[in-house]
Design a protein around this ligand. Structure first.
Ligand SMILES: Nc1ncnc2c1ncn2[C@@H]1O[C@H](COP(=O)(O)OP(=O)(O)O)[C@@H](O)[C@H]1O
Ligand SMILES: N[C@@H](CCC(=O)OP(=O)(O)O)C(=O)O
Length: 369
C-alpha cells in the first residue's frame, strides 16, 4: 500500500565530524533508498539539515557560527551546494527533486500553512521528492523552527505522513545520553509520550559537534508527529537501508506509536504550529470546565495574565501551578484581559467601555494538550 514517508537527516549524519566535509557514501545510500521507495509508489519527503555545516566547510570555518548574520550568510553558501549534491545524485537515478525552504512565519499564517500544504500535495502528485530545510537566510529569531527536528514533525503533520524517520548519529533513544552514560538502557518502543517519564529518560544537553537540538528536540518532534497520527522512528542515519527494513516490520531504532489522526486540522495547527505569545493562569473551576466540560474560557476564570499579546494571538492556558493544559486563540489583547480577569462576562462592557465578545477564548479555538 502507498505510504507517505518523511525522512529527516541531521548535520551529524550528513557531514564528517573530523573534516566537516560531506559524508558522500551515506548521502548516496540515502538517495538510493529514497529513490527506491518512490519507485515502489510511496510518497517521499526529505527534510535535510546541513546548510550551515556545508557552508562552513566551503568557507573554511571550523566552528558553527554564533553570530546570526554570519550564520545566515554561511547557510546561503551551504544550501546551494547541498542541493547541487542531492540533484546530481537523484538525477543519476532519474528522480526529480524540489527545494522547499520554510520559516515558521510561513506556517503561522493560516493561509501560508494551507498554501504550503497545497504545494506539497502537488509536488507529491508529480512524483517529486521535496527536499525541505529551514530558510535560515531570512528566518528571524522569534519565527524560527530553530531545529529541523521540529520542522520535520510539522512537515510530517502537514502532508499527513504515515511515517517520520529521524535519522541521527545514535542508533536509538536511550534512558540517558549514551555518550556520557555507558549503562544507559536502549528503548525500542514508546507507546505514549507519558512512558518517557516512566522510563525516566534523560536527554541532558549533549549533541554532536554540528547538531543543534540534541535528543530533546527529537523527542518533541516525536510528540508533535505522533499527536498528528504519524508513526515516528529515531534511528542511525549511517544505515539508510534500515528505513526499508523498518517499513517491513523489523524492530530497529526507537519507534513511537501514533495517536489517532486528529479530525480537526485547524486545532492541530493551533496546538503545534503557532508560537504562544503569553500565558493565562486559570482558577480550578475554569481548569475543570475546559478540560472536562469542553467549555469556552470566560474572563471570570482567569487569575493572572502573563506576557504582551494581541487579540487572535495564541496563548497557553495553565493551571495555578503554571502547568500547561491547553492552548487557544484569545479574543482580547493582554491589556484588556488584565482589566477583565476574574470578572463576570456581563461586566466586560462596563469595564472596557465597549461591548466585546462573551468569551476570552472560544471553545472552537481552544485545544487541550
Ligand atoms: N537519551 C538519549 N538517547 C540517545 N541520545 C542522546 C540522549 N540524550 C542526548 N543524546 C545525544 O543526542 C545526540 C544527537 O543529537 P544531534 O547532535 O542534535 O543530532 P542531529 O545532528 O542528527 O540532529 C546524540 O549524539 C547523543 O549524544
Ligand atoms: N537549517 C540548519 C539545520 C539546523 C538543524 O536542526 O541541524 P541538525 O540538528 O543537524 O538537524 C542547517 O541546514 O544547517
Amino acid at each position: 500500500m502507498t505510504k507517505t514517508i518523511v525522512v529527516k537527516i541531521g548535520t551529524s549524519t550528513l557531514t564528517r565530524s573530523t573534516t566537516g566535509n560531506l559524508a558522500l557514501s551515506t548521502i548516496a545510500a540515502l538517495v538510493e533508498i529514497l529513490a527506491d521507495l518512490r519507485q515502489q509508489g510511496h510518497r517521499v519527503v526529505l527534510v535535510s539539515s546541513g546548510a550551515v555545516g556545508v557552508g562552513c566547510a566551503r568557507l573554511g570555518l571550523t566552528e558553527r557560527p554564533r553570530n546570526i548574520a554570519l550564520k545566515q550568510a554561511v547557510a546561503a553558501v551551504g544550501q546551494g551546494r547541498l542541493m547541487r549534491v542531492y540533484d546530481d545524485l537523484f538525477t543519476t537515478l532519474q528522480q526529480p527533486i524540489a527545494q522547499v525552504l520554510l520559516t515558521r512565519g510561513d506556517l503561522v499564517q493560516r493561509n501560508g500553512y494551507v498554501n504550503a500544504c497545497n504545494t506539497f500535495g502537488q509536488l507529491l502528485r508529480l512524483g517529486v521528492i521535496p527536499i525541505v530545510n529551514e530558510n535560515d537566510t531570512v528566518a528571524v529569531d522569534e519565527l524560527k523552527f530553530g531545529d529541523n527536528d521540529t520542522l520535520s514533525a510539522l512537515v510530517a503533520s502537514l502532508v499527513e505522513a504515515d511515517w517520520l524517520f529521524v535519522l541521527t548519529d545514535v542508533d536509538r533513544l536511550y534512558s540517558a545520553d549514551p555518550r556520557s552514560n555507558p549503562d544507559a538502557q536502549p528503548i525500542a518502543l514508546v507507546q505514549s509520550m507519558a512512558q518517557l517519564t516512566e522510563f525516566q529518560v534523560q536527554t541532558g544537553d549533549s549533541r554532536s559537534g554540528w547538531g543543534t537540538g540534541g535528543m530533546v528536540t527529537k523527542i518533541e518532534a516525536a510528540r508533535i508527529a505522533t499527536a498528528s497520527g504519524v508513526r515516528t522512528v529515531i534511528t542511525d542515519g549511517c544505515f539508510p537501508g534500515n528505513i526499508e527494513k523498518i517499513l517491513n516490520g523489523e524492530s530497529i531504532g526507537t519507534q513511537f506509536e501514533p495517536q489517532p489522526r486528529p479530525v480537526n486540522a485547524r486545532k492541530h495547527w493551533i496546538a503545534n504550529v503557532l508560537i504562544p505569545a503569553g500565558k493565562l493562569y486559570l482558577d480550578a473551576g475554569a481548569v475543570k470546565a475546559i478540560s472536562h466540560g469542553g467549555k469556552s474560557l470566560l474572563a471570570a476564570g482567569i487569575a493572572q495574565v502573563e506576557g504582551e499579546f494581541q487579540a487572535d494571538d495564541s496563548v497557553q492556558l495553565c493551571d495555578a501551578a503554571g502547568k500547561q493544559i491547553a492552548r487557544g486563540l484569545v479574543n482580547y489583547n493582554s491589556l484588556e484581559l488584565r482589566q477583565i480577569q476574574g470578572c463576570k462576562s456581563d461586566k466586560i462592557a462596563e469595564i472596557l467601555g465597549y461591548a466585546g465578545v462573551e468569551t476570552a477564548v472560544h471553545r472552537d479555538n481552544l485545544v487541550i494538550v
